[in-house]
Design a protein around this ligand. Structure first.
Ligand SMILES: NC(=O)c1ccc[n+]([C@@H]2O[C@H](COP(=O)([O-])OP(=O)(O)OC[C@H]3O[C@@H](n4cnc5c(N)ncnc54)[C@H](O)[C@@H]3O)[C@@H](O)[C@H]2O)c1
Length: 366
């Protein structure tokens, strides 16, 4: 069974996120049902080298059945593909195909393909529509919704990009069957993050179903995805361009998480494992920094640890000095005026964004 979440953002067209088993097979038909695509013809499907052999034929067949003329480009899998040189090759290919402003870009893959294809679409001829077809748990619960697009620079990740909302999101939960276990857990960390920041209702539902989620139960995964999308759409509706101090909450666990990834070498730990460690740290730091009883925070810390453990996100044993981690945090693009800002949670759905002094960070890290 498929469900639909409508994302409504100020100053943007509403768009639907369709979630469920087999929804890729109806992609072409779903697009035809969107009024402004009724007469569209040219589609470019951008995918990666792991996803292409698994799902590209299915997507193209669905588009062809709805009379779209679909070309495709397969980029190498991996973060290195979020590069302006790759974007430039795709722009050129689109121009050579004589694609006009009435074309459509379909991003078939994880967050890497989603960010890259979104960036390409948002800039080709000053913007052509993009449709996200996420195939990782992380992309379904987070990156495919909300409109952030990006490529990386040698100087840092996601330093060049745009805010550009998709026209439709098609999250086929059947595609998760082929996702490697490491990538599954990576997505689980973002699910846990959303549950903590969102509400008691989401958190305790997730805690109750964490074992089933870790075992990749289809129905639980579909509901977790839906809850995450509703949560993220709500956050983005309040702060589309991360300028109102709300969207930053999605960074919960990421401040230390990114520093761990940078200091231990990207890929040593998965992004999700590092974020989960960052969530544990954020609670320890909250106990030091926020004027809150340690007892109240420790109850929440235990519940969060329970959720992360059950999702298979154990505490990390990593090798990096507090000083190196702090330096990495200060290089993060989310640092402002030299002060590191943390999303600190004192309880479920009770968080604030706080600039924290170097001394307090070092002390908590030690
Ligand atoms: N735009 C946003 O709001 C946002 C939010 C969070 C993360 N991101 C970005 O997302 C990226 C990470 O996304 P990701 O974790 O999806 O990584 P990814 O796109 O690299 O995918 C992970 C791996 O899984 C493979 N894969 C994808 N779908 C598969 C499937 N169904 N079966 C088998 N293999 C499959 C991919 O080829 C890749 O090797 C980062 O670049 C990050 O910056 C963006």
């Amino acid at each position: 069974m498929a469900t639909k979440v409508i994302v409504q953002l100020p100053g943007e067209r509403d768009y639907a996120v369709r979630i469920g088993s087999g929804v890729i097979g109806k992609l072409g038909q779903s697009l035809r049902e969107i009024e402004r695509f009724a007469n569209a013809r040219d589609v470019l499907v951008i995918t990666d080298s792991n996803v292409a052999p698994l799902y590209l034929a299915q997507v193209k067949a669905s588009l062809a059945a709805a009379n779209f003329k679909a070309a495709d480009i397969t980029v190498p899998a991996g973060e290195g593909t979020k590069d302006i040189a790759v974007a430039s090759e795709i722009w050129s290919a689109m121009a050579q195909l004589a694609f006009g402003r009435d074309c459509l870009v379909v991003a078939l893959g994880g967050g890497v393909v989603g960010d890259l294809a979104g960036f390409v679409a948002s800039t080709y001829m000053r913007g052509v529509p993009v449709v996200q077809v996420p195939t990782t748990l992380l992309a379904m619960v987070d990156s495919s919704v909300g409109g952030k697009t990006a490529v990386n620079l040698a100087e840092g990740k996601n330093l060049v990009g745009t805010f550009f909302q998709p026209s439709f999101v098609c999250a086929d939960t059947d595609t998760l069957a082929t996702l490697p276990e490491r990538e599954w857990r990576c997505g689980c960390a973002e699910v846990a993050k959303s549950a903590v920041i969102d509400s008691d209702d989401f958190f305790f539902w997730m805690l109750e179903h964490a074992q089933a989620m870790a075992e990749r139960d289809d129905a639980v995964a579909a509901e977790a995805i839906q809850r995450c999308v509703v949560f993220k759409a709500g956050v983005v509706a309040r702060d589309k361009t991360e300028s109102a101090g709300v969207r930053e909450c999605l960074n919960y666990g990421h401040t230390l998480g990114h520093a761990i990834e940078a200091c231990t070498g990207y890929g040593t730990f998965s992004h999700g494992a590092a974020v989960a460690e960052g969530m544990r740290f954020a609670v320890r730091l909250a106990a030091d920094v926020l004027e809150e009883s340690r007892e109240a925070i420790s109850e929440f810390a235990e519940a969060q640890a329970d959720l992360l453990d059950t999702l298979g996100l154990a505490p990390l044993d990593y090798d990096a000095t507090p000083e190196d981690l702090l330096t990495a945090m200060k290089r993060d693009k989310k640092t402002r005026g030299g002060e590191v800002r943390f999303v600190l949670a004192r309880d479920i759905a009770n968080w604030e964004i706080v600039p924290v002094s170097d001394e307090a960070i070092l002390q908590a890290l030690r």
